[in-house]
Design a protein around this ligand. Sequence first.
Ligand code: NDP
Length: 312
Amino acid sequence: MEREHIKCLIIGSGPAGYTAAIYAARADMSPVIYTGLKMGGQLMDTTEVDNFPGYPDGVQGPQMMEDMKKQCERFGTEVRFGLATKVYFDETPKRIEIDSTKEVTADTVIIATGASAKWLGLESEERLKSGGVSACAVCDGFFYKGEEVAIVGAGDSACEEASYLAKLCKKVHMLVRKDHFRASKAMIHRVEKIENIEIHYNTETVEVLGEQTVNGVKVINNQTNEERVLDVTGFFVAIGHKPNTDIFKGQLDMDETGYLKVVPGTSKTNIEGVFSAGDVHDSVYRQAVTAAGSGCMAALDAERWLASRGIH
Ligand code: NDP
């Protein structure tokens, strides 16, 4: 197998990976990014981003990722399309297999592989992803100001996102597949108290309606089999995220849902020289700006770690 040595390897190309690269490149760490299959990460599925500081008129998600890529390349980052398929973090230097065909070794590794939103798996949901179907209320809720929307899910995220949407929208339908929530009591009380949230228990989605944009959702009561159409223009899915950490299992400490564990207040994982940035360890904030901030932290931690080992 072909092998090459890299001083600072960054795995993942969302805001966390690109920001880590900007800092690492400016600190002469010669970073190389392997982008993963989806170059740009979750923001490639977003339309307008209005909450990232520095874009007073908003920016399209894919454009913002292109800007970040250009910015890190400007300082010498090498951005390569490729997927890390196996890691050997118990070795020094770390060994990483790429696309199952090539190996690189690295003095330090920044993991910025992110998380992926879970989807229901309906054909109509997939087709309308850029026309009213979203997995992020904070990102896209604003477009449904004064309108009627539905949100699927019964966990803390769904409750939090429903509360957020309720402030903007005329009405929010919460579609809960069981006869109870999974969310914490406090969160349940919060949504129950909000007047423009209607909770539909035992309710599942049959189909999102609309050709180019959402104009309704067909739901079924799984106890009575009664179907009905809700007249919504936005359809939000909040059924959890899955951190992209499968290849790190058995090597890096993670919680029971697969999020990496870091030393609090730092980007340090349990392995010396391996740092984490962004949603891959953050199940709470999950914003582009927090991921970017976390990428900065990882690069600074990696730089200090290299310096402490005398690696220049
Ligand atoms: P969870 O895994 O906690 O909840 C997912 C929800 O989605 C469940 O209610 C589940 O239903 C539902 N669901 C899953 N698949 C489907 C489907 N196919 N159709 C319909 N419903 C479905 O994910 P969250 O993102 O809500 O939370 C993840 C973690 O983050 C949790 O630990 C949570 O506490 C935490 N969190 C904390 C927050 C806070 O403290 N402010 C805010 C947000 C998250 P069912 O119950 O039927 O299985």
